[in-house]
Write a protein that binds this ligand. Structure first.
Ligand code: ARG
Length: 460
């Protein structure tokens, strides 16, 4: 049998390998609902402009609704011989309503059709991801509010640096996720132009109304250049870039969870819901979900990189290379969605070990900066000199293997004679965090206000 869609020019069927390499139905079936939505908007415009008879347009729309039901109830049979989702649906339409089905493809090509379907899919997915990012922000902000005063070590170089609060640490991710949402919103705003009506590449001689289809499909306006409409995939690249950056953020939080649940850190515990055991070592509690969030980052970056490479050398307009835009994108965006769900679950689930975190916060002379600041404030030492004096006190404490707060006043005065009793008020981790009241700083009162502010904004 020669091909249904272009049988006029072809006498025989494609080679088996030709069919195999050419077919995209194995993955673009995911665009079925978008394809139907686009076709319905197209055919109603064709009727309104008098390009196809109203009766045929109505039969087509009813047939498309029937096909949607078949797909939703899993009664639709996808066929590889029909190559892709567009031809699968059109072929079924002609089975259902007969020759009138042939009018649907007037003033349209699969090139603008697939560009449309993929934009609709990407737009829908951005909306879902935005909701999920919001949920994760909310989970983080709630935990942050509950732990606005829970003290933990803040790290630089993964060395204990200065005490911070757990709430403050969690809110750092709320900020990152807010920028992730902003990037997705930017991508969405730019992609929100309708390519339908660009036809194969040059536009069409039929008196179509591109503004009507754009409006019906929720787009801002039609795309301005027919070649660009069918030839670019920057809307996907941008979405994948935003997804990749979000994945970086999730991966870093995942890595921290992996560290925090180790017996060595012991900062947080995950319940059995988010932990797996080992088949051989009965004592093990593994944070597999966090590891997978970290691990799936690879395929998300991979999809971005793959599509950049696919697109970089293509002359305008459409080339079949572009069919390679889909699988990686579906996989990447679905993976990000799953990672967001898993991360939200873990954040809600995890419980910090408050005492353990606080003890760790005091280790490694983490209040040395507070001591230096005290010398500057109280003794009016220049900061560099205060740094030096503090360094010598740290060396003393290290020699004796005690904390700074355990040095006696006499020992301190040995290094700097003007030091008095009041120095001890800045040495505890509580004093340290409470004093960080600068805007954006870690003081519990700041953190409480920030967390509450986020929760109020996220409600809206
Ligand atoms: N399945 C194709 C794709 O995903 C649809 C467009 C086909 N266009 C063409 N001129 N062969 O890119």
């Amino acid at each position: 049998m020669s091909n249904k869609m272009w049988g006029g020019r072809f006498a025989s069927a494609p080679d088996r390998v030709m069919e195999e390499i050419n077919a995209s139905i194995g993955f673009d079936y995911k665009l079925a609902l978008q394809d139907i939505e686009g076709s319905k908007a197209h055919v109603s415009m064709l009727a309104a402009t008098g390009i196809v008879p109203v009766a045929d347009a109505e039969a087509i729309a009813a047939g498309l609704d029937e096909i949607r039901r078949e797909i939703e109830t899993e009664k639709f049979t996808f066929s590889r011989a029909l190559e892709d989702i567009h031809m699968n649906i059109e072929a079924r339409l002609s089975e259902l309503i007969g020759p009138a089905a042939g009018r649907l493809h007037t003033a349209r090509s699969r090139n603008d059709q697939v560009a449309l379907d993929f934009r609709l899919y990407t737009r829908d997915t951005i909306d879902t991801l935005d909701l999920q990012l919001r949920d994760l922000q909310q989970a983080l902000a709630e935990k942050a509010l509950a732990h606005a005063g829970t003290i933990m070590p803040g790290f630089t170089h993964l060395q204990v640096a200065q005490p911070v609060t757990f709430g403050h640490h969690l809110l750092a991710y709320v900020e990152m996720l807010s920028r992730d949402r902003g990037r997705l919103a930017d991508a969405r705003a730019r992609l929100n132009e309708c390519p339908l009506g660009a036809a194969a590449l040059a536009g069409t001689s039929f008196p179509i109304d591109r503004f009507a289809t754009a409006k019906a499909l929720g787009f801002e306006k039609p795309t301005g250049n027919s070649l660009d409409s069918v030839a670019d995939r920057d809307f996907v690249l941008e979405t994948l870039a935003a997804a990749s950056i979000a994945a970086v953020h999730l991966s870093r939080l995942a890595e921290e969870i992996v560290l925090w649940v180790t017996p060595q850190f012991g900062f947080v515990a995950l319940s059995d819901k988010f932990t797996t055991g080992s088949s051989i070592m009965p004592q093990k509690r593994n944070p597999d979900a966090a590891e997978l969030v970290r691990g799936k980052t690879g395929r998300i970056f991979g999809a971005l990189n793959a599509l950049l490479v696919v697109m970089k050398g293509l002359p305008l307009a459409y080339s079949k290379d572009m069919q390679e835009d889909k699988e990686g994108t579906f996989d990447a965006l679905q993976s990000l969605s799953l990672c967001l769900a898993a991360m939200t679950g873990m954040v809600r689930d995890l419980e910090p070990d408050v005492a353990r975190m606080k003890a760790a916060a005091g280790s490694g002379f983490s209040t040395a900066t507070d001591l230096a600041d005290w010398l500057v404030r109280t003794l009016k030492l220049p900061f560099r000199e205060a740094h030096h004096v503090t360094g010598r006190l740290v060396a003393r404490a290290a020699e004796k293997t005690v904390g700074l707060e355990d040095l006696s006043l006499a020992e301190m005065r040995d290094v700097e004679p003007r030091i008095d009793e009041s120095i001890y008020t800045v040495l505890g981790v509580e004093n340290s965090v409470a004093s960080r009241t600068s805007f954006g700083g870690t003081a519990p009162e700041n953190v409480r206000a920030q967390a509450q502010g986020w929760l109020d904004r996220l409600e809206k």
